[in-house]
Design a protein around this ligand. Structure first.
Ligand code: AMP
Ligand code: GLY
Length: 424
């Protein structure tokens, strides 16, 4: 069996790694992939959003299944395009992926499904947005409607900051078309939690709960990033809370999308804010999270390939998905300067030859340059440690992290701190 994984980040390396462990020994391909994925899959220099290029490759190479990592190709309709040509593909259609690609649409789904979320209003005229802001309590959250690579959200503590965010998005078009409409949203004060689920459009199978660390520095200080680390399972998600999310968030969202004529297949990601024990949805994503995938897939006991096939063939109700009774912690190493400007092409030292379950080095922004592996992005590596306890997993992740270096490398030293605080 031949499988193509689309994408080039740490999430895709973790997906390829999990598929490589399948007892069915699939032949793996990735487009475009990275220097870590290369050791497990044949990498093709086709961009993740080059749908025509990907389709031509899949047809020429007779790929049996395509698995989509990032949101951009989903929002462009890769799934619709592949299905039209009877090619098997894992992920939601363009219509269903709007739950991530349009925050306004996502709020419509939540309203129709009676899902708890922050109060919000959408605007497509600057003047009305600014007038509304004048009345709004602080802090206030300003969000670009469309995909903005995780940069479209401003949590403003002053009215001037909020007004600036509206003008940047709507007048100065810093996010292009994606920011022509904005959402002005109530600020929720709580603790964030990620719960993702596999779904075939009818059955929902939640994954273990995880927590991301969005801020650059220790103690959750500094600017927002694409994610500096994660751990799983997150003790914030008690059994009752997780069951509540399945019944009151995930199932209603999936059912609502079906009723709206765009059934969702693939991974539905709920980004939650837990306020006094009650989960509110901050956002939905139409794909797996990064770096959450790097802590969740190492704990998945069931063959990922079996799960993917069950989703694509609409028989998820017939599959039992099992998890290892362990904990995983992922530490992300970034380029100096990230999330601002940074240099690439710096040699990475101390990379282990192979990754085994226990301590895995997932590549994110890397590429091969001759005999060396060099940096090629803001987030460079994600090092995942597994253990019986959170302390063991964390120690393992940091033990390996300290053996790897490149000029200007940065990582947080407190990943999982909230879970430890909860235990204490
Ligand atoms: P989003 O892309 O919607 O997940 O927003 C990015 C980040 O902004 C989230 O992970 C939160 O940290 C923060 N955020 C978004 N919406 C809210 C909100 N309503 N209240 C507080 N923080 C928020
Ligand atoms: N970790 C956040 C995301 O993948 O969107």
């Amino acid at each position: 069996m031949k499988i193509l994984v689309v994408g080039s980040g740490g999430r895709e390396h973790a997906m390829v790694w999990a598929l490589a462990r399948s007892p069915r020994k699939p032949m793996l391909y990735s487009a475009p992939g990275n220097a870590g994925i290369e050791s497990l899959a044949t990498c093709m220099p086709i961009k993740a959003d080059d749908i025509a290029g990907l389709k031509a490759f899949v047809q020429a190479e007779k790929i049996d299944m395509t698995v989509v990592g990032p949101e951009a190709p989903l929002a462009l309709g890769i799934v619709d395009e592949f299905r039209t040509s009877r090619l098997k593909i894992f992920g939601p259609t363009k219509g269903a992926a709007r739950i991530e690609a349009s925050k306004v649409f996502s709020k419509e789904v939540m309203a129709s499904a009676r899902i708890l979320t922050a109060r919000a209003q959408s605007f497509d005229r600057v003047a009305s947005a600014l007038a509304y802001l004048d009345q709004h309590e602080l802090p206030v959250v300003v969000k670009a409607d469309g995909l903005a690579q995780g940069k479209g959200v401003v949590v403003a503590t002053t009215r001037e900051e909020a007004r600036q965010a509206v003008r940047d998005s709507m007048e100065h078009a810093v996010f292009g078309q994606a920011g022509r409409r904005v959402l002005i949203e109530q600020f929720l004060d709580g603790e964030e939690l990620t719960i993702m689920a596999f779904t075939d459009g009818r059955t929902v199978v939640p994954m273990l709960p995880a927590q991301d660390h969005k801020r650059l520095g220790d103690g959750d200080a500094g600017p927002n990033t694409g994610g500096m680390g994660a751990y799983c399972p997150a003790p914030l998600a008690t059994v009752a809370l997780s069951e509540g999310v399945t019944k009151q968030v995930l199932y209603p969202a999936v059912e609502s999308l079906s009723r709206m004529g765009c059934p969702f297949q693939g991974v539905l990601y709920a980004g939650l804010m837990v306020v006094k024990g009650i989960p509110y949805v901050l956002e939905f994503n139409a794909r797996m999270g990064d770096p959450e995938t790097q802590v969740i897939l190492p704990l998945l006991k069931t063959d990922l390939l079996e799960v993917i096939e069950a989703v694509v063939e609409h028989r998820l109700d017939q599959l039992t998905v099992d998890w290892h009774n362990e904990t995983a912690v992922c530490v992300v190493m970034t380029s100096g300067g990230y999330p601002g400007a940074y240099t690439t092409g710096l040699p990475i030292h101390g990379l282990p030859a192979a990754t085994n379950r226990g301590a895995m080095v997932f590549h994110a922004g890397t590429r091969r340059a001759g005999s060396e592996v060099v940096t090629a992005g803001g987030r460079v590596l994600g090092i995942t440690g597994c253990g019986k306890t959170l302390a063991e997993a964390q120690a393992e992740a940091y033990r390996v992290t300290r053996t790897i270096s490149f000029e200007g490398a940065h990582y947080r030293t407190d990943i999982a701190h909230r879970a430890f605080a909860r235990h204490a």
